[in-house]
Each structure stands twice: as structure tokens, then as C-alpha cells.
Design a protein around this ligand. Structure first.
Ligand code: OVM
Length: 405
């Protein structure tokens, strides 16, 4: 056992690569690691953890979407739930397989339908306007703490209908959930170290009596009233909102400001045609892959691109690398707001593909549309600093100035 999973032997024909994909310097600056991973072969063996890794577009998509061979129920991080106790009761949507997954997913699809996302649009727009108006008065500020974190932690609790939305706890809980997917390294330890207090707060916040009528949280309890899920399951699905809805959108906003600050000519294209906001977001997702990797576990002996994969193998699916594969994208290194990168893997793919993507897109659409209206230039005041995360590729700090139109 290494890190809560069964270490496998190198499969015949697989490249062996002595690297730690969870080393902080790689997580902070992953581009060279992505390129080398793709160059090594379709399936690569990593001795440090006794796992496999895929980073070419085709194999990453194959492993990530084939839920019958590559299951999520054994955990989507390095821990194999068949051999190790999960650090929290597993998610009843992320960490399950069909057919169980289908029932809970259906309830979540309804709670975050395009119609629900559209009904939040005015609130998202008003918040973006107020926030950006205020930031325009500042000489410079940290885009992570004062924009990327503030926007989702303001609008998301409202969309869910939380009576009390503690921004610090929401951000820290997201970090716990995503960093727990890696090995037992200092990154994971630092996040889980804050666990007991935050878990207690999160658990309380998921209860029905903490949720306002009309929010997405209450919709889950209504699905329970209708017999689609149990009341207890409704609470767990609210927990999924809070696990997956904050850190992801915080990261996406920071990464968007990074892309647009570094590529002023692309930002000018967005200003000239604010209807590019949606396309711009997809390109930010492809180019920065906020969720850079998730695992699957082989549930049987199988093979991928001619490489034999043994039952119990953990497969690290490097979404960030697949989204930079030149065989798929041609010129992946160029950030182009009008690329429209159909089929990028930043939201995953297949039955587990991000169920909140309508809400995420509505939030980003508001942020990018208001930026394009009010801001002529996003000036990076200092070299941005990335924050190593076991599953998330996020900024730690980025001093910027927003200029008036
Ligand atoms: C959940 C959950 C947690 C993290 C991520 C996620 C990307 C879901 O608790 O269901 O989806």
C-alpha cells in the first residue's frame, strides 16, 4: 500500500517515469511536465506512487469517461476507498458509479438547469457591477483575495439559499476537498489540518432549516419530499454544492483575469464583442484547467492503447495536459478568446461531467461581460504567484489594477 491505494507493477510496454506529479514546483508550473507526460507515451507508469498517468487527449478522455472500466466509487484521488477509509463520507454523486449515480445526478441536473442558471443572472450581474465599480477606484489590489474569492463567496451562497455563508469556511472547505485527492503530502496535510471546525460548520449549513425557500438547496429537499432521494441524501447533495461550487469558480475567475491581463490583444477582442464572454470562458478553462487532474480506478483487468492495465490500478487523468495536447488543439499555447475549444476536458466528460457548469458559466458570463463593459485594461502589477494544489491549478496572489474605459 502506498498512500492508501495498492501500488501496481509497471505494465509491459508502458514508459516508466521517475517523477512526483504532486511536487509543489510542478503543481505551480505544470506546462513542461504536461508536455513530457504526453511525449513519454499513451500510458505512463509512475513508480513513486505505483500508479499510471494519462495526459494525451485521446487516452485521458477514454479513461475519464468509461465509467464501467474506470470507476469513481473507489475515489477520484489517490486513496482507493476499497482499501482505505475516506476522510469524509464519500460524495453520493462524485464518488459513485451508475446506476446509483444516475439517480442523484438527475436531481442535481434539475437543481442547476439552464433555466435555474438564467434565473440567477440578474443577481450575478448586479454583484459583478458593484464589485467591479468598487475595484475600479483602487490603485491596485490582490485579484485573488479581493475579486476571485469575493465574487463566488457572495453569489454562490445566495444561489444555494444559505442563511449564513461564511466565505472563509467555504473557500477552505473547497481546498480540503480538492487537496484531499492527492497523496499525504504537506499540501493535503495543511488543508486537512483545519478539518474538524470547518466540517462541523459545513454539516450544519447543509441542514434544511439553514436553507431559504427558493434556493437551489431547497430544491434538493423538495426532491426528497417527492421521493426522488432521501432527506439525508438531500443534505449530502447540498454538501456537494459547497464542495464543488466555490473553489472551482474562485479559481476560474482568477485564471481568467490572469489570461486577459497577459493577453491584452485578446482582452481587446472581448471588449469589442462582449458576446464573446462565453467563448472566452471556455478558452480560459482549456488554457488553465482549474481542475488539473482527477483519478479513476480500474475495476477489472483491461487495456488502453495496447497497454495492459491491472484491476486496482489508479490512473491519474491529467486534464490540464489533455487540454494542451497539440494533436487535439493545433496551437494550444496560444490563448485565443474566439477559439471555441469544443470538447475540452476542464469540466470532465461523460456521465460525471460537471453538473454545475450552467451555473459556473452564468457566473463567469456576468463577470466577463461587466469587465468588458467597464474596464479598458487589466494591468498586472507584479508577477502572479501560483498556489500548488493537488487537484486545482489556482493563483495564490496577483496584484492588478483595473483601468476605466
Ligand atoms: C462532491 C464534489 C466534490 C468535489 C468536486 C466535485 C468536481 C464534487 O462533494 O460531490 O466535482
Amino acid at each position: 500500500m502506498i498512500e492508501g491505494h495498492k501500488a501496481i507493477a509497471p505494465p509491459k510496454g508502458a514508459a516508466i517515469w521517475d517523477i512526483d506529479p504532486y511536487a509543489p514546483e510542478i503543481l505551480a508550473k505544470p506546462e513542461a511536465y504536461y508536455a513530457e507526460l504526453r511525449a513519454k507515451g499513451p500510458v505512463v507508469f509512475i513508480p513513486k506512487y505505483g500508479i499510471l498517468a494519462v495526459g494525451r487527449f485521446a487516452e485521458t478522455k477514454e479513461v475519464f469517461s468509461d465509467y464501467s472500466r474506470f470507476v469513481s466509487s473507489r475515489g477520484v484521488g489517490l486513496d482507493d476507498f476499497k482499501h482505505t477509509r475516506a476522510w469524509r463520507p464519500p460524495s453520493i454523486i462524485l464518488e459513485v458509479d451508475p446506476p446509483e449515480h444516475t439517480r442523484t445526478r438527475k436531481v442535481m441536473i434539475k437543481a442547476m438547469s439552464p433555466r435555474v442558471a438564467a434565473s440567477q443572472r440578474d443577481m450575478f450581474m448586479q454583484t459583478a457591477e458593484t464589485m467591479i465599480d468598487d475595484l475600479l477606484t483602487r490603485d491596485s489590489f490582490d485579484a485573488v483575495a479581493e475579486f476571485a474569492e469575493s465574487f463566488p463567496t457572495t453569489v454562490f451562497p445566495k444561489a444555494v439559499g444559505m442563511k449564513d455563508g461564511n466565505p472563509r469556511h467555504l473557500v477552505d472547505y473547497g481546498a480540503m476537498v480538492f487537496n484531499s485527492l492527492g497523496p499525504d503530502n504537506p499540501i493535503r496535510q495543511a488543508s486537512l489540518g483545519r478539518a474538524p471546525q470547518i466540517i462541523a460548520w459545513i454539516t450544519k449549513a447543509c441542514a434544511r432549516d439553514r436553507l431559504l425557500k427558493g434556493g437551489m438547496g431547497e430544491m434538493l429537499y423538495k426532491a426528497a419530499d417527492a421521493g426522488e432521494i432521501t432527506q439525508e441524501e438531500a443534505g449530502f447533495l447540498v454538501r456537494s454544492f459547497l464542495s464543488a461550487g466555490v473553489d472551482t469558480t474562485v479559481t476560474a475567475i482568477g485564471n481568467a483575469l490572469y489570461c486577459l491581463g497577459r493577453n491584452p490583444q485578446e482582452y481587446d477582442k472581448l471588449r469589442a464583442g462582449p458576446s464573446l464572454a462565453r467563448a472566452c470562458f471556455e478558452e480560459v478553462l482549456r488554457y488553465t484547467s482549474p481542475v488539473h487532474s482527477f483519478c479513476r480506478t480500474a475495476n477489472l483487468d483491461t487495456q488502453v492503447s495496447g497497454i495492459a492495465i491491472k484491476e486496482s490500478s489508479k490512473v491519474l487523468c491529467v486534464l490540464g495536459s489533455a487540454n494542451m495536447d497539440p494533436d487535439k488543439w493545433g496551437d494550444p499555447e496560444n490563448f485565443r478568446v474566439d477559439r471555441k475549444p469544443q470538447g475540452h476536458l476542464a469540466f470532465g466528460v461523460g456521465v460525471h461531467g460537471c453538473v454545475g457548469q450552467n451555473v459556473a458559466r452564468a457566473e463567469m458570463d456576468a463577470v466577463l461581460t461587466v469587465l468588458a463593459q467597464k474596464v479598458s485594461r487589466i494591468e498586472l502589477k507584479r508577477e502572479p504567484v501560483w498556489r500548488p494544489g493537488n487537484a486545482m491549478h489556482a493563483l495564490d496572489s496577483m496584484q492588478i489594477r483595473l483601468h476605466h474605459v
